[in-house]
Design a protein around this ligand. Structure first.
Ligand SMILES: NC(=O)c1ccc[n+]([C@@H]2O[C@H](COP(=O)([O-])OP(=O)(O)OC[C@H]3O[C@@H](n4cnc5c(N)ncnc54)[C@H](OP(=O)(O)O)[C@@H]3O)[C@@H](O)[C@H]2O)c1
Length: 275
């Protein structure tokens, strides 16, 4: 019998590539997305169920899990992929945008995980793969909220492995570097207020530095291979770095003290001021 994977955020980017890859490798796929009515590719694949799921809507999460179980009888792996980035000075970002960032990237991931835990517990097995980021280990200027969410994903995933291991449930964290997806385009939620003049030099500098970095991202297909490897791995490895840039940057971070790393980052972004 084929294994079944349940994936959030399959309308584009990494989630979509991951759905395609698992399907090509013979898995049943529950490909969830906010607007399945716009889908016209995944719903034509064999052994693939496209279901509506908005991680901010608990009813839709439970309905998608039920639909997946009804169609395939069992779910073996959950890929918590849905997420996006809020970007800009904290002071210029509305409380509503801040709440939404944590709601989608953290609370939505938790709600989806909870919706599958009783099933995994009853089966005495299941794998949860949380898509974090190098941004769950390394920080860049003007990304405080996104990093806050991905550091949260790292911490909660790491701690969760302890209570789930005795139940036969595994937790994995995938840490991509840049991926060439809609992340830096339609999914990026930018806030700025030109009236907050003190922040504007950094806003300009960050565009110069981060723009080219984002343009050198891995393909989503390449990162999906790492998600797949993490899902099927049986060695107990928790963290999976994904992409050459991720491997290089995370190694650089591990090799540096906080002081050295932060100084280097400040120099790169032309940041002066309080030490
Ligand atoms: N691209 C990068 O450089 C990069 C690097 C490291 C980590 N990541 C992580 O990779 C994951 C996938 O991002 P991506 O790069 O593939 O970007 P993407 O192409 O923009 O895909 C993001 C996906 O998340 C979905 N989503 C957003 N809000 C949602 C909600 N409330 N409920 C359900 N789905 C929702 C989007 O659906 P809609 O179509 O409905 O908006 C879309 O399917 C994210 O967790 C991101 O943080 C990305």
């Amino acid at each position: 019998m084929s294994n079944t994977v349940f994936i959030t955020g399959t309308s584009s980017g990494l989630g979509r590539a991951t759905a395609r890859l698992f399907q090509a490798r013979g898995w049943n796929v529950v490909a969830t997305m906010r607007r399945p009515e716009h889908e016209n590719e995944l719903d034509r694949l064999d052994n693939t169920l496209v279901a509506r799921l908005d991680v901010q809507d608990n009813v839709s999460i439970h309905a998608a899990v039920e639909a997946g179980l009804e169609r395939f009888g069992r779910i073996d792996a959950l890929i918590n992929n849905a997420g996006y980035g809020t970007y800009g000075p904290l002071e210029a970002t509305s409380q509503e945008k801040i709440a939404r960032q944590f709601d989608v990237n953290v609370l939505g991931l938790i709600a989806t995980t909870k919706a599958l835990l009783s099933h995994f517990r009853a089966n005495r097995g299941g794998t949860i793969v949380n898509v974090s980021s190098i941004g769950g280990r390394i920080t860049f200027p003007l990304n405080s909220l996104y990093h806050g969410t991905k550091f949260a994903v790292e911490g909660l995933s790491e701690a969760l492995q302890y209570e789930l291991a005795p139940l036969g449930i595994e937790v994995k964290i995938v840490q991509p570097g840049g991926i060439d997806t809609d992340f830096g385009g339609r999914s990026l939620d930018v806030s700025n207020d030109p009236g907050l003049v003190e922040y504007q030099p950094l806003v300009q500098k960050a565009i110069e530095v981060l723009g080219p970095m984002m343009a050198q991202g891995s393909s989503p297909e390449r990162i999906a291979e790492v998600v797949y490897a993490a899902t099927v791995d049986t060695t107990g490895q928790l963290r999976w770095e994904a992409g050459a840039d991720a491997v290089a940057l995370l190694a650089e971070r591990r090799a540096s003290s906080d002081t050295a790393f932060f100084s280097g980052m400040k120099a790169r972004f032309g940041i002066e001021g309080a030490k």
